[in-house]
Write a protein that binds this ligand. Sequence first.
Ligand SMILES: [Zn+2]
Length: 643
Amino acid sequence: MHSVLLVSRLPIAIKMRDIPPSEYKELKEPNRMVLQHVLLHILGPLMRAEHRVFFAWCADGPFRRCVASPVTWIADYPEHRELHNIKNGVCWCKCLQAEMGQLPVRPYPICDHDKYRVLSIANTATANARLAGFDVHQGYNILWDLDCMTSNLPKPDLLHTMQLGMLKHLLGWLSMFLKLHNRFKAFNNIWLSVPAYLDMVQPWQMYEEVSSWQGKEIKTMSHFLVAILRCALRAPSASQRGIFNQAIECSRALVEFYFYSQYDSHDEQTLGLMSTALRDFHHFKDVFRQFRAGKSVTQKGKARRKELIVARDEKLKLMKFKTVAHRECQCKSWNEFISAEMIEHHADGSDFNFPKIHQMLHFCEQIKRYGCLKQWSTETGESSHHMQIKIPYNKSNRSGYIYTQILEHYLCIDVFAVQRLNPNAHGTMNTTGSGETNLTTVKGLKFVSVQGSTMSKSDTFAAILVSVGDLYLRRELQRAMSSLLVSQRVKTNLEAQICCSARVYDGIQIPVTNMHGDQAIQTIRCTGEQTWHGQGPRNDWVWVETSRPREGQEPAYKALQGRVPYRLLKLFNLQVLGGLVWCAFVQTTIPSMGGMPERASGMVRVTEAAKGSGYAVISGGNITGAAHLIPEEPGTSGTTRKA
Ligand SMILES: [Zn+2]
């Protein structure tokens, strides 16, 4: 039986940014030794047999013999480096710094810590030289004395390795790539047109205006980054096509790798997919190599560029041109030559040898041995710090007894939670508890409306028609409603249909199950022409089941599995001939290429249906969940694609 206990949290050492380099070097060594002393103090008891093994009286009654052993620490790379006593830029496995950015054929061996300890104790010139050869600092390290495999202790931390590490690097590379190819403006505009999706609101500032990316923002962004990139790099010239596809495939591979690494459970297949994604990333990453140039390479590049420009001007001066067009043509070919030279220069002097790109190699092996990676992510700790300390602190008066105020804040939250639970237990309040009324329809689906909203009141179908401002849409709604009733074999004439009592809703709650079998409720919004929280109207996209596959038959639309994304325009029910019909008025789409995903981006493109068949009224029960579509052109609801 195993249980894991938190031993301690180590504070991060003060970042010595403002200290001059000479002083910084002097302080670095003592600081490292202080950390090792603190560690000895914390972990020292684990080294002594009489402390390591003990009997504990457990909550279920019996005494149990316990053996305490260090399992892990979770930290960002700089802290790992300090704890391991290793030099900057190397890993705790035997990977050389010059090979960090490569995908090895087989995993690197782990380090021999016993050898390090012996050499460190010896402290002779030869021993120290050998230690330096292993990229290890001389000096005591408690971890070498512990009864465990030290190299197995660090766990990949998703927050720092992926969100604030690799994905942040990718964002930087992409912005330089897009600027180089004059696509940055298009990218920014599409970025601003990304529609709201469940709890995610529409981005309100441009991509380039985001000053500091938080882990959570990067996590959200990763869901639609590839789709925006694909749209921004649309319609390339013949010479651009190759590198554009490479950039899309590289970004897609990294994002997919990140998604797989977040899975709650794994099997051989998911681990295989994860390895393939990592291999693809390494295969395509060279497209971004030039953006990895360091300071010296950039400086040399600038000098080289100057030389080339002087050479160009001299050459052009000597040449005799018959026409202006001829001169421009020569000038253009020179400029193309210079930019090609620059790309080559930057790519030659750059590499991907940095620790975080290498750490991704350890993900699969860690999952195989210790289970899913999410449990080790520092995101949990950081978000609880936000919930438990930052929010209550911000709600306090920030002076006087802050701690008492923080505790009182918790008390208030608990009291309100209990108050909400009590009426729910007696069934006197609706289950949403947020002032929303709801009604169950087919398949556990609920149509909801916010209380007090003008739309939730009972009305007739005629009033719903009038509430649609656009005349064309109004006619379409009436036509589509009739055809739905005909398809459901409800015999009614137009006049009776208009007088039917109806009720409008502004949301729908759908129970969904994810791939791990976890249940969740998706709340999808459809406010018609009304505004939503001070922003424009919110009419979400939904997946609609259009055909159900028969036994042994492939579902329609390939990757879409028989479902097509539609946009909700109006949600309502209609009382017809004693029965209730739950309806959604939608804008329809048609999958391009029969739902086949595009090769580079892996996305399916959907287009607006032709005029006359672009709108439909569907039965509410056919909605299966929330869809997220990224527009191909900014600011239009026109041609769209799914992420
Ligand atoms: Zn390694």
